[in-house]
Design a protein around this ligand. Structure first.
Ligand code: DX5
Ligand code: ZN
Length: 229
């Protein structure tokens, strides 16, 4: 299969929890690039989801790369387990880490890709001094905690600014966006600077998953053709 310049990660949060194994296989058949796992602790975000055990249980159902998004306080406590469960990318929230640099080092030491996620209100300067250690920056395009929310339009400018910083600082990291991503805004976010789209409702939430992924990819590539960066 041809490599697309923009990666599409499907958020398991929107999958059918009663048959997750099947959903993971369905995602692979539909042409997804990764599975995105939203871990929530009911403290950092006002919702609970699942832990590393679910990630581990799904590892044998697909060969898609696993991308863990930790919306929890003390994320350091789950890193080892998530790596053992087969996660290839681990993202922690800047707002959830008192010692962000240490958390990133912990992830890197486990030999996987390290990412930092930023809530909509968090400035990009909060990752300025850890940028060179990062493999991924996740700009949240909704307030984290729930699927099915609307994309916050003001985040387009934030994505553009983040891309500018990555270019200027010559940092080779994914710029991911997560929350409210649909075929209607995919081209715009990619055009602004994103190269990894996380989508739940617009993928698992639709009856024809293959068609949903194809539509997202088509729009993402349309945006990529017009990118400024
Ligand atoms: C939100 C999560 C997202 C969520 C996205 O806290 O981080 O990954 O599943 O869901 P949609 O695509 O429905 O906005
Ligand atoms: Zn997420």
């Amino acid at each position: 299969m041809r490599e697309s310049p923009v990666k599409i990660a499907l958020s398991v949060l929107a999958a059918d929890f009663a048959r997750l194994g099947e959903e993971a296989r369905r995602a692979e058949e539909a042409g997804a690039d990764m599975l995105h796992f939203d871990l929530m602790d009911g403290h950092f975000v006002p919702n609970l989801s699942f832990g590393p055990m679910i990630v581990k249980a799904l590892r044998k159902h697909t060969s898609l790369p696993f991308y863990a998004h930790l919306m929890v306080y003390n994320p350091e406590n789950y890193i080892r387990e998530l790596v053992e469960a087969g996660s290839e990318i681990i993202t922690v929230h800047a707002e959830a880490c008192v010692h962000l640099h240490r958390a990133i080092r912990l992830i890197k030491r486990e030999g996987v890709k390290a990412g930092v996620a930023l809530n909509p209100a968090t400035p990009l300067t909060s990752i300025k001094y850890v940028l060179s250690d990062l493999d991924l920056v996740l700009v949240m395009t909704v307030n984290p905690g729930f699927g099915g929310q609307e994309f916050i339009p003001g985040m387009l400018g934030k994505v553009r600014e983040m891309r500018k910083i990555l270019v200027e600082e010559k940092v080779d990291a994914y710029l991911a966006v997560d929350g409210g991503i649909t075929p209607e805004n995919a081209a715009e976010v990619v055009k602004a600077g994103a190269d990894l789209l996380v989508a739940g409702t617009a993928t698992f939430g639709r009856p024809d998953l293959r068609k949903a992924v194809e539509e997202l990819r088509r729009e993402a590539e349309r945006g990529y053709a017009e990118k400024w960066w």
